[in-house]
Design a binder for this molecule. Structure first.
Ligand code: HEM
Length: 132
């Protein structure tokens, strides 16, 4: 695995590590206020990013498009705003950061959907012309 697939997968592992560390902290401190932030860091950060990594690894034509890089950028910035935003909101703060993060996260999924549609229904490209 290399390229954008690896980038998604490696990011997922780092976020998974962070999500688990937060879960361990919550368990030992018996303070579950940040449970929604923990859940979103694990599910969007680890599960979704890793799943996208597998998709781009097995679909080189989609990985080769600029959309895959745009997808990664939107997903990353969205997560970095959304998870701290949820934590901020869960502790009584303004939910604005979580809202902006969630919109960017949804935009990332829309980018993925467009890339997927182009892969499924777009012009067929020669496998030899694609980077490995
Ligand atoms: C070392 C690993 C993990 C630890 C120690 C841990 C710990 C916790 C704790 C203490 C809670 C709060 C439970 C409560 O409110 O009663 C929680 C909730 C949750 N965790 Fe984890 N967790 C871990 C990994 C994961 C992973 C890998 C995922 C998903 C892929 C996940 C998803 C969730 C979800 C969805 C909730 C419920 C959140 C909510 O109620 O708002 N956790 N976890």
């Amino acid at each position: 695995m290399k390229g954008i697939g690896l980038l998604f997968f490696a990011s997922g592992a780092v976020y998974g590590m962070g999500g688990m560390a937060l879960g361990i902290w919550m368990g030992t401190a018996h303070d579950f206020t940040l449970a929604p932030a923990h859940a979103h860091l694990n599910l969007l950060g680890f599960v979704t990013m890793a799943l996208m990594g597998v998709f781009y690894h097995v679909t080189p034509s989609a990985a080769a498009r600029f959309l895959s890089r745009l997808h990664f950028g939107l997903a990353t910035v969205g997560l970095w705003l959304m998870v701290p935003g949820i934590a901020f909101s869960a502790t009584g703060g303004n939910p604005g950061m979580a809202i902006v993060g969630s919109l960017l996260t949804a935009a990332a999924m829309l980018t993925f959907l467009v890339n997927l549609a182009l892969t499924a229904f777009g012009p067929v490209r020669s496998a030899r012309a694609l980077p490995c």
